[in-house]
Write a protein that binds this ligand. Structure first.
Ligand SMILES: *Cc1c(COP(=O)(O)O)cnc(C)c1O
Length: 468
């Protein structure tokens, strides 16, 4: 399998060439030259596989430059009961008839990003060792991504992580999760500023090409193809659990921000998984809901980006969205370039022609939006009726899923985090503390390891230079 860019560069690259990369050189995102088709006989064979073996089968279709036995060992080491809590890895939980949660957040940081990031840590370590290279990952986080990256990379050979976060602005739980890591290769830098300052520093350091090359600076952002393809696996695993035969269809609802998670659902559907609808659920930051209702994609500025109680969906532009648009436009790289470079980058928006927009429904996409009041009501209602506590992001998904049910078609709502991460809103909704996995009792009391830094790129560079 080879990979091309969404913006017209036809250079074909192999998986391990793009594994450690972000954007393609022309500014586009990487996609496979075509989606491997999975027929009914293959689906039947996969139906009973354990999660790690299913992951191996799917990843093998996209990765042909890692020997099969090595790849199998990497996925088996990743998707274990120890790391994800159950044999099923992504078990279903039933709510009302026809509606189930697919649990994606039983990994080490209690959010779905572990599903891909844990594999990425093992793939990075493997490939760097094979090349005899090292990598220093620099990132900025306000919560989920940073902790998932740190737990994936901790103790890995040849990798250091420098993670910037706004000093004193993360939730106590998220802060404790990151700062309690004692691994020598993990560096928590608490920046005296806000999240945007952290991001600006990462940009400034990355734009210093000499420094970047000399210190082998890399990232693990959500546009990484390996992260996306790892997420394709749980759409198959959810489908097999919810159905008895491959003649049945399933709908998925996905709490969305950067469009990474639901884009993996799109890929699964393109491969032939019998998915009916892909329901995109947003919070008050409704860039994506607006697009799927109107055909207009309009990115928001900082002033128009709301801070909500489902903070991991507080995005102003959806960084993976270009992948779907490329497919929607019949893989026309020139048109994709025009929309995202000339229109979004220059003017902040584009509107599809009515002919282009009419094609959206062939891809199964619909959408909806949820607010703080909806989250509270959904958390309360789900607790009262089913005794199930859901987090704020999953609540957004459930609220929107209920607006798109089709009789006879199971609806799987992806549970993207556990309530323990968002205690404040749980208290507001239920008047009680969220449940917390036993292993994380007393997390906030563990010794913390972090360094406070001024919001200054030079200071961060100096710290990196001293610690690589
Ligand atoms: C990252 C995240 C999301 C959004 O996922 P995307 O892939 O960015 O669409 C939703 N919920 C939680 C809890 C997250 O951490």
């Amino acid at each position: 399998m080879k990979y091309i860019s969404t913006r017209g560069d036809q250079t074909q690259r192999r998986f391990c060439e793009i594994l450690l990369e972000g954007l393609a050189p022309d500014g586009g995102l990487y996609l496979p030259v075509s989606y491997p088709a999975v027929d009914s006989a293959t689906l039947a064979r996969w139906r009973t596989l354990p999660y790690a073996d299913l992951a191996f089968e799917i990843l093998s279709l996209y990765i042909d430059d890692i020997p099969a036995e090595d790849l199998r060992a990497l996925v088996r080491k990743t998707y274990t009961r120890e790391a994800f809590g159950t044999e099923a890895i992504v078990p279903l939980k039933s709510l009302e008839p026809g509606v189930q949660l697919e649990a994606l957040s039983n990994g080490p940081t209690l959010a779905f990003k572990d599903m891909a990031m844990q594999l990425l840590g093992n793939l990075f370590e493997y490939e760097l060792r094979r090349r005899g290279e090292t990598l220093n990952i620099l990132g900025a986080t306000s919560g989920d991504t940073g902790s998932a990256a740190e737990y994936a990379m901790r103790g890995k050979q040849g990798i250091n992580v420098f993670m910037l976060s706004p000093h004193g602005r993360m939730s106590p739980f998220q802060q404790a999760q990151m700062f309690s890591l004692q691994d020598a290769n993990i560096h928590n830098l608490a920046v005296e500023g806000v999240f945007d300052d952290c991001q600006d520093i990462v940009k400034a350091v990355s734009n210093d090409l000499a420094f970047k090359r000399q210190h082998k600076i890399g990232t693990v952002n959500s546009i990484n193809w390996a992260r996306l393809v790892a997420q394709v696996v749980y759409y198959f695993a959810g489908y097999f659990q919810a159905t008895k035969s491959n003649d049945e269809k399933v709908d998925f609802t996905v709490p969305s921000g950067n469009f990474g998670n639901v884009c993996a659902g799109h890929v699964a559907r393109m491969m032939g998984l019998p998915i009916g609808k892909l329901v995109v659920a947003t919070n008050e930051n409704d860039v994506l809901d607006e697009f799927f209702r109107t055909g207009s994609y309009r990115v928001r500025g900082a002033a128009e980006t709301h801070e909500t109680s489902s903070p991991s969906m507080d995005i102003s532009k959806a960084s993976n969205f270009e992948r779907f648009v490329f497919d929607l436009l019949g893989r026309d790289g020139a048109r994709t370039l025009q929309l995202f470079k000339s229109e979004v980058e220059q003017r902040g928006s584009f509107t599809l022609t009515s002919l282009e927009f009419a094609r959206v429904r062939h891809y199964g996409f619909v959408s909806g939006r949820s607010t703080h009041a909806d989250r509270l009501a959904t958390i309360r209602d789900t607790w009262q009726r089913f005794g199930t506590m859901v987090d704020t992001h999953t609540a957004d998904g459930l609220k929107v899923a209920r607006e798109h049910l089709t009789p006879g078609v199971p609806m799987l709502v992806l549970e993207t985090a556990l309530p323990a991460k968002f205690a404040e809103t749980i208290r507001e909704a239920l008047g009680r503390e969220p449940e917390r996995p036993a292993a994380l009792q007393g997390l906030e009391q563990l010794p913390k390891r972090f360094k406070v830094m001024p919001a200054d790129a030079q200071a961060v560079k100096a710290y990196i230079t001293q610690h690589v």
